[in-house]
Write a protein that binds this ligand. Structure first.
Ligand SMILES: [Zn+2]
Length: 129
């Protein structure tokens, strides 16, 4: 089965090891892709754990889960990325995530900022485009 994140790779060799906690993403883009897959699967634990503790929306946990389940995810497109490679400590990934919400097409176009702490990447914040 192809991965949800549109990598054209098999899910078992793409986002699944991250979502199961077997491996940690090595790049900011891998983390971004795995978070998209987590949205598709409404894996709220993964979304919370991969969100930097200082900006983690703990109070919105239920609302995020409800929203992730309510929309029909259509796909992910990576537009650009800056830094965020294996040897970087932070990075940016610009993406478009498309979905259908209440029968209407929607899209999140965001430039996300990722930071690496203790060898692990976290989503820190995002600027909507
Ligand atoms: Zn994937």
């Amino acid at each position: 089965m192809l991965c949800y994140c549109n990598s054209q790779k098999d899910y078992h060799h793409c986002c699944e090891p991250y979502l199961l906690g077997i491996e940690n993403p090595e790049t900011a883009e891998q983390l971004m892709r795995s978070r998209y897959s987590a949205f598709v699967l409404a894996n709220i634990n993964y979304l919370m754990n991969s969100h930097h503790p200082q900006t983690r929306p703990t109070k919105e946990r239920k609302a995020i889960l409800k929203w992730a389940k309510s929309v029909h995810w259509k796909g992910l497109e990576i537009i650009d990325h800056k830094f965020g490679s294996v040897n970087d400590m932070d990075g940016y990934v610009e993406f478009k995530a498309s979905f259908i919400e209440n029968g209407e097409p929607g899209c999140i176009h965001e430039n996300s900022h990722f930071v690496k702490e203790n060898g692990k990447w976290y989503y820190e914040s995002g600027i909507h485009k």
